[in-house]
Design a protein around this ligand. Structure first.
Ligand SMILES: [Zn+2]
Length: 80
């Protein structure tokens, strides 16, 4: 069962967390603003969708507040 979101014109980028070093922050693929998963202020990005498998977070979709790009984070399970 997919929870499909109809794609609008904004691009969707995919970030694999297993390929990110350090604290898990990364630059927005489009505008370059630093997105940190620990930042819960909603100033830089907001969470659009979360996908949980069992009790573990498996995917997170964010939207950059600066450029409007959607960024899909994958690799949560592999990182454990
Ligand atoms: Zn951006």
């Amino acid at each position: 069962m997919m929870n499909e979101v109809v794609a609008k014109k904004s691009m969707v980028y995919t970030i694999d967390l297993t390929k990110i070093d350090g604290d898990g922050s990364f630059p927005c693929p489009k505008c370059g603003v630093t997105i940190s998963p620990d930042d819960e202020s909603d100033e830089v990005y907001h969470i659009v969708e979360t996908k949980v498998v069992g009790e573990e977070l498996s995917e997170l979709t964010l939207q950059c507040n600066r450029c409007g790009s959607k960024i899909r984070l994958v690799g949560f399970l592999a990182a454990i």
